[in-house]
Design a protein around this ligand. Structure first.
Ligand SMILES: [Zn+2]
Length: 212
């Protein structure tokens, strides 16, 4: 009995392999979406239509950059020509002046880096919230951090530079390159000089709250 039963299994196994091969062939044909029917015509096979496929959630080709809001990690800042939202979000005239100034600084033996540039409204609000916590009141915080509606960082019209030696150098030499320090309390904060960088830098204001 046992021997006979084993012999019977072989044709069944072959039939299963043949069936599996057929299924595989149909599945592969399905990849192109069509099967060739007798007579040279084609007929669609099952599977999502083009319209159905577009309804599926689209995977983003580029992963979301963590610095997409303009935030800069670490304490050393980034290069003036870095491929970073804080740099690429700056107004072209301001960035051009920054690049010229960085060249001038280099010749003087100073490395000019960017500690903050363009910021999203969300990042600006986060900084303001943190400043209110730190300084204890909105009035005190406003001397250091503007609202998203007022900040020139949000519009790409302001850049903060580091480190200490570089910000001091730029405070003394920025006018030559069309960059002006704006506030007495922010040694690091620079904006484009008036008239597209060609005008004279205005007098320093005590802090950002004096601009309102
Ligand atoms: Zn600033």
């Amino acid at each position: 009995m046992h021997t006979e039963a084993r012999r019977n299994r072989i044709p069944i196994l072959l039939a299963l392999i043949a069936a599996a091969a057929t299924v595989t062939a149909v599945a592969l044909a399905g990849c192109s979406g069509k099967l060739h029917a007798p007579g040279g015509t084609t007929m669609p096979v099952g599977g999502p239509s083009a319209a159905q496929r577009t309804e599926q959630p689209q995977q983003s080709q580029q992963p979301q950059q963590p610095e997409g809001d303009g935030s800069i990690q670490g304490d050393n800042g980034i290069a003036v020509d870095a491929d970073h939202a804080a740099i690429t979000g700056l107004k072209p005239e301001l960035h051009a002046a920054l690049l010229r100034a960085a060249e001038g600084a280099k010749e003087a033996g100073v490395e000019l880096r960017v500690t903050s540039g363009w910021r999203s409204r969300e990042l600006q609000q986060q900084l303001l919230d943190a400043a209110v916590q730190q300084y204890g009141s909105e009035a005190e915080a406003s001397k250091w951090v503007d609202t998203p509606d007022r900040s020139l960082h949000v519009t790409g019209d302001a850049v903060d530079v580091g480190m200490l030696d570089a910000s001091i150098w730029l405070g003394d030499n920025g006018q030559r390159f069309g960059l002006c320090r704006a506030f007495e309390n922010e040694r690091w904060h620079f904006e484009l000089a008036p008239d597209g960088g060609t005008g004279q830098c205005p007098a320093l204001l005590p802090d950002p709250s004096f601009r309102r």
